[in-house]
Design a protein around this ligand. Structure first.
Ligand code: SAH
Length: 243
């Protein structure tokens, strides 16, 4: 009897432990959403709005960021800060991920290109409400890991390619939105070309002084481009070399 008792309760308590952890992560995500709402209000003059698209906030409340960070940093997964993901790269600060996603102003049915997959977190946020997400990562080890995490988390609409994102993903163009998550001097012309009319590119641009700013580039119906500077940012550099 004693053996049966142990045998029948052990799995149950293991399940309970997992369930308790899930509750903790969910609560932490809810707190993070509240922190992001505050950051958005503080940045309203730059964003020209005081609340983000509900689709973006729902995605922030849903995506399991702790699955996208190294295991020993999971405790900090729902703090509003960037974290190292190895190989000199970082997963962006959640509030910045939310703001950048919102700035894409995506239509209901959307096809998006991301350059700089990193952990895959930003791609997952997009995957929550976009029809198709294409993401390119130049560091093979990161791209492979992100692909695995995204598959484990059930993002069948997100595809990751390993390579230099400078050339974009012409086979799937045009995109309703293009998001670049590494700082570059000029918007890569192929990415501009692959943007749908009316679509937006959100990209951190490095200025001559060395400081970086987040820029939204909108492609007008006559093909001309309108640039809007949002605020100063700090990103890892866009690189053309494979590691
Ligand atoms: N969006 C990521 C954060 C990425 S950090 C996330 O949610 O975790 C920026 C990433 O851009 C790094 O992983 C870096 O390796 C990648 N990167 C830099 N230059 C690139 C290029 N030319 N093409 C594709 N990826 C690039």
């Amino acid at each position: 009897m004693a053996a049966m008792f142990v045998g029948s309760t052990a799995p149950a308590s293991a399940l309970e432990a997992v369930a308790a952890e899930e509750v903790q992560y969910r609560e932490a995500r809810e707190e993070l959403v509240a922190v992001i709402e505050n950051r958005v209000r503080e940045a309203r003059a730059y964003l020209r709005k005081s609340e983000l698209d509900p689709r973006v906030m729902t995605a922030m409340a849903t995506v399991r960021r702790h699955e996208f960070v190294p295991e020993d940093l999971r405790f900090a997964a729902y703090e509003n800060r960037p974290l190292p993901i190895g190989l000199g790269q970082t997963i962006s600060q959640p509030s910045l991920v939310a703001m950048m996603t919102d700035l894409l102003e995506l239509p209901t049915e959307c096809k998006v290109l991301e350059v700089g997959t990193g952990s895959g977190y930003q791609a997952a946020i997009l995957g929550e409400f976009c029809t198709e997400v294409y993401s390119i990562e130049i560091v093979e080890a990161l791209g492979l890991r992100a692909r695995e995490t995204l598959a484990d988390q059930g993002y069948e609409n997100v595809r990751v390619r390993i390579g230099d994102g400078f050339a974009g993903w012409p086979e799937h163009a045009p995109f309703d939105g293009v998001i670049v998550t590494a700082a570059v001097d000029e918007p890569p012309p192929p990415l501009v070309a692959q943007l749908h009319t009316g679509g937006r590119m959100v990209i951190p641009l490095r200025r001559a002084s060395g400081y970086e700013e987040l820029v939204v580039i909108r492609k007008n119906s006559d093909g001309s481009l309108a640039e809007r500077v949002i605020f100063p940012v700090r990103f890892v550099p866009f690189t053309r070399d494979r590691h």
